[in-house]
Ligand binder design. Structure first.
Ligand SMILES: *Cc1c(COP(=O)(O)O)cnc(C)c1O
Length: 461
């Protein structure tokens, strides 16, 4: 009798409603990707088998959340669901006041307009696209104060989302604390590959900020997933619940912007949460202009209910273990197969190193764009380019930026795919890896002026 080497793991849910996947042939996929200009953003969803483009708003809701949709109170003012959401935000995140918004960027717009005066600086632990844009539109200048390790794809630092306190302090000395609108702190930093920030660092940032009278605005979009990393990697938090950790994380900030489309297991929704009653009054006033009345902020009552219920579910250890464990599972299998990925494995995605796949291609043959297209043709899996196409051009010189990292992102929606889908994904990446020497790259034939990666078109070389 063979002995049992290990006990298997399974997803902590069973399936009640299914959405059939579209199966396509290789020949069809070759045609679809050619018609899409070798850009995965231009594929139709119906042409995709496993969709790993993004984890934003692509999550599967539970029966408990769907049941909540049926008790949506669609009153214009004072919806029951608003009060339920407010109660859950207070209970889990610990802020006093809630302003709902249609998604994260709605909250970013409001807080940026209130706190930033033209000419002010806004430091942060690496930027997020919409966050930085709203800060700039309000007249602010973003300054990256993340640790250097975050910029190195092979550095195994457990908290690559940390703020470099020296960089923050240098900025305070250079421009003066009264020129700093606030510091934005992101959790499980998206642009650094889903890398967490430690509690110790959060505490230190808060204390340095307070000493200088600077506000801390927390981007709590992925804070629960970050709390899970703190539990696993920071010794003194090993026995604390994710809820307790989340509470402490938020206690080191004055306000939070939130996209519910990530952590909170919904398809749409977000909020601004605050402790200061004056800023709250202003935000509550402003939300009426941009989003909707302060008790719905651009959301239907049912959406607020699904998000309130999502808060409870997203904070459960079983869920977070499965969610982050799934990404880890794929990452570890790829590492075992010798496939080059960004380390350590982040919370929401795997990043394939396209330069190492295709050393024969210089960056102007778009290695990552090519790799995403090859992966699609092999199996119908949709990934996203994060390399020279995403980086765009320098506004002054008109030259391409040549980023150090040329990556393809495989992003996992929450509770959507099973371990078998993960295996198919790993096998397809392996197939593409094995055929890497036969690939000749792409040439760009259409280039839009703004955020070109969304709509650029390519042809095969
Ligand atoms: C998605 C995201 C946002 C923006 O939220 P939207 O809901 O897309 O507007 C802000 N910050 C982070 C870290 C995000 O991942």
């Amino acid at each position: 009798m063979p002995t049992l080497q290990r006990r298997s793991w399974a997803e902590p849910f069973k399936i009640k409603t299914v959405e059939p996947l579209k199966m396509t042939t290789r020949r069809e996929r070759e045609q679809f990707i050619r018609e899409a200009g070798y850009n995965t953003f231009l594929l139709k969803s119906r042409e995709v088998y496993i969709d790993l483009l993004t984890d934003s708003g692509t999550n599967a809701m539970s029966d408990y959340q769907w049941a909540g949709m049926m008790v949506g109170d669609e009153a214009y003012a004072g919806s029951e669901n608003y009060y339920h959401l407010e109660q859950k935000v207070q209970e889990y995140y610990g802020y006093k006041y809630l302003v709902p918004t249609h998604q994260g960027r709605g909250a970013e717009n409001i807080i940026s307009k209130i706190l930033i005066k033209p000419g002010m600086y806004v430091p942060g632990n690496m930027y997020f696209t919409t966050t930085r844009l709203h800060q700039e539109l309000a007249g602010g200048t973003f300054v990256d104060v993340i640790v250097d390790e975050a910029h190195d794809s092979q550095n195994e630092h457990p908290f690559k989302g940390n703020v470099d306190l020296q960089k923050f302090e240098d900025l305070i000395k250079r421009v003066g604390a009264n020129k700093i609108a606030y510091i934005t702190i992101g959790a499980t930093v998206n642009m650094a590959g889903g890398q967490p920030i430690s509690m110790q660092n959060l505490r230190a940032v808060h204390s340095l900020a307070k000493k200088n009278g600077i506000k801390v605005v927390f981007d709590a979009t992925r804070a629960m997933e970050n709390a899970y990393f703190i539990k696993r990697r920071e010794k003194e938090y090993e026995h604390k619940s994710v809820k307790e950790i989340l509470h402490e994380m938020c206690s080191y900030s004055d306000a939070a912007t939130m996209s519910g489309k990530k952590d909170l297991l919904v398809n749409i929704g977000g909020f601004l949460a605050l402790n200061d009653s004056d800023i709250f009054e202003e935000a509550r006033n402003m939300v009426v202009i941009y989003e909707g009345l302060h008790t719905y902020g651009g959301l239907a009552g049912r959406d607020m209910e699904a998000m309130a219920r999502g808060i409870e579910e997203a904070c459960q250890l079983d869920h977070l273990q499965a969610r982050i464990g799934q990404v880890e599972y794929v990452g570890n299998r790829l590492i075992e197969l010798g496939i080059p990925i960004v380390r350590p494995i982040g919370g929401h995605a795997i990043f394939l190193d396209a330069k190492k796949f295709y050393p024969q291609l210089d960056q102007l043959k778009f290695p990552a764009q090519t790799l995403a297209a090859e992966l699609y043709v092999d199996s119908g899996i949709r990934a996203m380019e994060r390399g020279i196409v995403s980086a765009g051009r320098n506004k002054e010189t008109g030259d391409h930026y040549f980023p150090k990292l040329e990556l393809v992102r495989l992003t996992f929606p929450r509770r959507v795919y099973t371990q078998a889908h993960c295996d198919v994904t790993v096998e397809s990446v392996y197939e593409v890896w094995n055929n890497r020497s036969t690939v000749n790259g792409l040439t760009m034939v259409y280039e839009p002026k703004y955020l070109r990666f969304f709509q650029a078109r390519f042809e095969k070389l």
